[in-house]
Design a protein around this ligand. Structure first.
Ligand SMILES: *[C@@H]1O[C@H](CO)[C@@H](O)[C@H](O)[C@H]1NC(C)=O
Length: 154
């Protein structure tokens, strides 16, 4: 008998939980596409995100730190548990939470711009340009459990 109220309670808690977080993490990738970016800028491990459509301010939760190798040069990239920034048309400003290992140190990517077929990654005053098609697919974070989530179809 005591099981029924508990069930209802869990259901209510689950409902509240899905209201405060986005119930469909996959749509974080759709938001990227809508603004002219390939989905592969984010790892395949988004657990929730929020986006203010007016200001473009976003926050993506990856459920933990995440490392992966970025194509085409296999730079090691490190994502913080939470990545924040401003998602605008063709620009991701005020980026915080993505670092790339190159020339023996870590560099924080501060802005990503879309420029024709290329993406321009800004690291302070320096920048590097790569074909956007290298980022058409989201990669799994290294050392995480495989998921069934398909992100390349958008
Ligand atoms: C979204 O951004 C706009 C413009 O900066 C701001 O006025 C508004 O309060 C923000 N909404 C939320 C829910 O933070």
């Amino acid at each position: 008998m005591a099981k029924i109220p508990l069930l209802i309670l869990s259901f209510l808690l689950l409902t509240l939980h899905s209201l405060s977080q986005n119930p469909n993490p996959n749509s974080a990738y759709e938001e990227l596409k809508l603004r002219g970016f390939p989905v592969g800028l984010l790892p395949a491990d988004v657990s929730s995100y929020s986006l203010n459509r007016t200001s473009g301010e976003f926050s993506v939760d990856l459920g933990g730190r995440c490392q992966l190798l970025l194509p085409p040069d296999n730079y090691l990239a490190s994502y913080s548990r939470r990545v924040t920034g401003k998602l605008l048309d063709g620009r991701i400003d005020d980026l915080d939470g993505i670092k790339v290992r190159a020339f023996f140190s870590w560099w924080s990517i501060t802005r990503i711009r879309s420029s024709g077929e290329d993406l321009v990654f800004e690291v302070g005053v320096a920048s590097a340009k790569y074909p956007a098609k290298n980022f058409d697919e989201s990669q799994e974070c290294e050392g995480r459990r495989k998921k069934n989530r398909k992100v390349a179809d958008y």
